[in-house]
Design a binder for this molecule. Structure first.
Ligand SMILES: [Zn+2]
Length: 94
């Protein structure tokens, strides 16, 4: 008897894109930046920011970003680079 080789179902490139997009949120992204907000003349507040959407995170060591759902990896948080809030938001206006 002949064995009929079944071809795997073809996946549309768009579907792969969506799947990759979904999977990428499950793969923890390293929190490696902090944003510095100036509160008073010589006083600053520091917040860790989401590596995906760059918003300041409400709490340290959150498992997921509450804005975009990105899973967060806090392994390198001590090495976080400090970015000035002006630089962070200023770049989007250029
Ligand atoms: Zn986010």
């Amino acid at each position: 008897m002949k064995t009929i080789l079944k071809k795997p179902p073809k996946t549309l490139p768009e579907d792969i894109g969506i799947l990759k997009e979904m999977a990428s949120f499950q793969i923890p992204m390293k929190v490696n930046e902090m944003v510095r907000f100036q509160t008073y003349a010589h006083q600053y507040d520091l917040y860790y920011i989401c590596p995906r959407c760059k918003i300041s995170l409400e709490r340290d060591f959150m498992s997921y970003c509450d804005r975009c759902g990105q899973r967060l990896d806090w392994k390198d948080y001590k090495k976080a680079k400090i970015v000035d809030s002006k630089d962070l938001h200023g770049s989007t206006h250029k």
